[in-house]
Design a protein around this ligand. Structure first.
Ligand code: HAM
Length: 539
């Protein structure tokens, strides 16, 4: 970049600026207030964590983890990483030049990995040794092919190498170099990690936490979708009591009640902000057991395989990796097919059915309106039973303003004790957009008072006046240089000030200050001591 080139915020990121940031503050302040009334305390986890935490919690096959994370290796083996990434991202070889470059990269990589294993920078374990052997094999095949095909004239069949290229790619990708960290794509995993790390199961249960802050996903940017975006989220975590199994029905009802209260809190928050056109969708996706979700998923996979040819590439792939996600598809031509698929509600086990029925009853008790959506499966792997999403107005295709659900077992999956969990995350960027579109985004702008002063005498008084008004909570603009009164009033109007306090020699000597309401043009005389009360009255 030349020294004159202008810098711009990176694609998918943006500056939040005043006056809009005042709305962000209002939203966040409302969250602090509402969540406190439900007994939640704030947690501020770090912005980066080990990649493995997200891979294990959110799921290695999910879009978020497999495609969208910003991941960094904390190591000085930069050359090794560059070769590794080149080899692991090579899928096909199309001509001799590519084969030549590929063969050389592979042998550099092979040499670097061997050296790194020798000096302990790459673990000397079975996995690394296996990668080295596979890379060596691919290297000799590519080397032999190179010699062979150099002799031929454009008749080489490069696809003969496809399988070996693929295998070497997988072997290269599995080389672990130092510690890998990722910018957080979400915060539920971090909250669970913190619950374990700080032994929160020893605190009175459940532990109710909320957070707000930036998350990072490398998605295709569009309205309401950013690469750095902000979430306001909350999680309720509860260690499973040893006697929990004794009265299963009671336990299920309690869980459903917790779910409903979390959703009630969310709707209270949206209500307080006067967010318009919200719609809460709920579903139950059962739990992992054979006679519940696992059984359903198998059935779904079977049905999907029968219509495989009619599905798009993503859905075809998901039949193997995660058939539930096919239900989520927005592809026009798949809608008719999906409508005829078996529904999970017809396959829930007794416990999941009891829990779901109680959830609906508890929502009704609280006056929370909902619609049921059997296709609501969510894009993260940790959910069980309750899933929910809220859409709001004015957001176009990215209209989910909040998503959440229950995730019993996630803490255990991360190495903690058996623990239940339920939570949600609101997309704050989308919430703000929707508030603005609905005309609920205005925030008081401008200053309360512009101090128009003239003369050295008046300046000392102006400083005193600004100090006392600011300490009374008013926003005050005190110009650093003196201005003719006409000019000062002009600037005060431009800044949107409500009042101009006029301090010249006359006002100082008489002790009667002049206060002009810029909206009406009305001007009064007022004593210094009476000013704060007057401003408060005329807010
Ligand atoms: P999620 O559905 O991935 O869930 O994200 C929650 C919300 O974050 C979405 O509904 C959306 O409003 C917002 N969001 C997601 N990606 C973007 C983006 N690229 N740009 C702008 N907004 C976005 C979770 O993250 C879970 N951790 C929620 C949860 C908490 N479940 C249980 N506890």
């Amino acid at each position: 970049m030349s020294s004159k080139a202008k810098f711009q915020a990176i694609r998918g990121t943006r500056d939040l600026l005043p006056p809009e940031t005042a709305l962000w503050n209002r939203v966040e302040q409302t969250a602090h207030e509402v969540f406190r009334t439900f007994g939640f305390g704030e947690i501020r986890p770090p912005i980066f964590e080990p990649t493995e935490l997200f891979a294990r919690a959110v799921g290695g096959e999910t879009d978020i983890v497999s495609k969208e994370m910003y991941t960094f290796a904390v190591t000085d083996l930069t050359r090794l990483i560059a070769w590794r990434d080149f080899v692991s991202s090579t899928r096909k070889i199309r001509d001799l030049d590519e084969l030549d470059a590929y063969e050389r990269s592979l042998s550099y990589l092979h040499r670097e990995v061997q050296a790194a294993v020798k000096n302990g920078q790459v673990p000397d374990d079975g996995e690394s040794q296996n990668s080295i052997v596979r890379m060596k094999r691919a290297m000799s095949i590519a080397g032999a092919a190179l010699v062979e095909w150099r002799k031929m004239d454009g008749t080489a069949k490069f696809e003969e190498l496809d399988e070996d290229v693929k295998d070497a790619g997988i072997a290269a990708a599995s080389i672990r170099v130092g510690e890998e960290i990722s910018l957080r794509p979400e915060a539920t995993a971090s909250v669970c990690r913190a619950y374990i790390e700080h032994n929160m199961q020893q605190l009175p249960q459940p532990v109710k936490l909320y957070y707000m802050g930036p998350m990072f996903r490398r998605e295709r940017p569009q309205k309401g979708r950013y690469r750095q975006f902000y979430q306001i989220g909350a999680e309720v975590l509860e260690a499973v009591r040893p006697d929990a199994g004794r009265d299963a029905a009671k336990e299920l009802a309690k869980d459903a009640t917790v779910d409903a209260e979390v959703i009630e809190m969310l709707m209270t928050f949206f209500g307080r902000l006067q967010l318009e056109g919200t719609e809460l969708s709920i579903n139950s996706i059962g739990h992992a057991a054979e006679n519940c979700r696992r059984g359903y998923v198998e059935k779904l996979r079977g049905e999907l395989n029968r219509v495989k040819d009619k599905l798009g590439a993503d859905s075809q792939r998901r039949i193997e990796t995660n058939p539930l996600r096919v239900l989520d598809s927005k592809l026009e031509h798949e809608q008719g097919i999906i409508a005829k698929l078996p529904k999970i509600a017809d396959h829930l086990c007794d416990d999941c059915q009891t829990h779901y029925a109680e959830l609906k009853r508890q929502l009704e008790l609280r006056g929370v309106k909902y619609v049921e959506n059997w296709r609501l499966v969510r894009g993260l792997d940790y959910y069980m039973r309750t899933t929910f999403e809220i859409t709001a107005k004015g957001l176009g295709s990215q209209n989910a303003v909040c998503g959440g659900g229950r995730y019993d077992g996630l803490v255990e999956l991360l190495g903690g004790p058996p623990t239940k969990g339920i939570g949600f995350a609101i997309g704050e960027d989308r919430l703000i957009l929707s508030l603005q579109e609905g005309g609920k985004g205005s925030v008081a702008e401008g200053r309360d008072v512009y101090v128009a002063w003239l003369g050295a005498n008046a300046y000392a008084t102006a400083i005193r006046a600004a100090k006392s008004l600011r300490s009374a909570g008013f926003s005050v603009e005190l110009p650093p240089t003196e201005q003719k009164f006409g000019k000062a009033l002009e600037r005060a109007s431009k800044l949107g000030a409500r009042f101009a306090l006029i301090l010249g020699d006359n006002e100082i000597s008489s002790g009667e200050w002049a206060l002009k309401a810029l909206g009406t043009g009305e001007q009064i005389k007022i004593a210094e001591a009476d000013l704060p009360a007057y401003l408060k009255e005329h807010q």
